[in-house]
Design a protein around this ligand. Structure first.
Ligand SMILES: Nc1ncnc2c1ncn2[C@@H]1O[C@H](COP(=O)(O)OP(=O)(O)OP(=O)(O)O)[C@@H](O)[C@H]1O
Length: 256
């Protein structure tokens, strides 16, 4: 299990995260939801030691320090990060890129697993084209496959559905359901409520750097019975939506 505890973190006092407790458990998907600027990426950056914070990071119940090269190497080996920024080597082809990724992991990559992912994400026809010539969605799929092929213990996935077409969103949802059962823990940070709804086992909702909801799916069911995730999200952020309803009412009146 990965456990991140942030007591406090701030960017020059302009934005702060407080009392964040995030767990990523094997065989589970943790969903991270929040408005633009809520702090989701900052939490992910904290996980990778890219921002300073007061608190601690545990891997399998042991506190680790990403400033120590040994701990950093261990954490990198255990974790794949699929970012929303497409930082691929554009001059390589997907095929060359996958080979490069295969050579960077210690365990042997299962070629059958890789070929099935290539087929599922419909990348066969682009395998020998330079990545620079691929569409945004195909670059994204190349990035997804390049990280999944490592079959890490944990996957941190930022905005998984950005740039994907409806077929691929459906395929990705099914792939993540299978991958989770391979004893892999997944953190999904997404704005796509319907995508997250079917997938999550744990949910964290953030507003302005603070936790509004941190619960398991079972706890959510007890508290919100059959409500959809959109309804739950709206209820959790009640103050915001009451404010928005007021403005929408005025907009409607102005239109009369
Ligand atoms: N390097 C930085 N220096 C100062 N402030 C920053 C920095 N990076 C982010 N912020 C601010 O911290 C807040 C949280 O940003 P963050 O990127 O974590 O939000 P987010 O929830 O990922 O948003 P989005 O959904 O828009 O990606 C924002 O107000 C942002 O402007």
């Amino acid at each position: 299990m990965i456990s991140l505890h942030i007591d406090r973190m701030s960017y020059n006092n302009t934005f702060k995260l407080e009392k964040i407790d995030l767990d990523i458990k094997k065989n589970e998907i943790t969903l991270l939801l929040g408005h633009n600027g809520a702090g989701k990426t900052t939490i992910i950056k904290s996980l990778f030691g890219l921002v300073e914070f007061k608190g601690n990071l545990k891997l399998n119940n042991r506190v680790i320090s990403l400033k120590k090269s040994q701990d950093l190497d261990l954490f990198k080996r255990e974790t794949s990060y699929i970012s929303d920024e497409l930082s691929l080597f554009d001059y390589l082809t997907p095929s060359e890129y996958f080979s490069l990724m295969k050579n960077t992991v210690t365990e042997k990559v299962d070629d059958k697993f890789l070929n099935l992912l290539i087929e599922l994400f419909e990348l066969e026809v682009y395998l020998d084209n330079p990545i620079s010539t691929l569409s945004h969605g195909n670059k994204k799929k190349t990035q997804i496959v390049s990280q999944l092929l490592k079959q890490p213990n944990y996957i941190i996935f930022d905005e998984p559905t950005n740039g994907l077409d409806p077929d691929m969103i459906i395929v990705l949802k099914k792939v993540l359901q299978i991958i989770k059962k391979m004893n892999i823990g997944i953190l999904l940070s997404t704005h796509n409520l319907s995508f997250g709804e079917e997938l999550y086992d744990q949910i964290m909702v953030l507003r302005d750097g603070k936790i509004k909801l941190n619960a398991s799916k079972e706890q959510v069911k007890v508290q919100y019975s059959n409500h959809t995730l959109e309804e739950i999200y709206t209820k959790v952020n009640k103050d915001y939506y009451t404010h928005i309803e007021g403005i929408l009412h005025e907009l409607n009146q102005a239109n009369d």
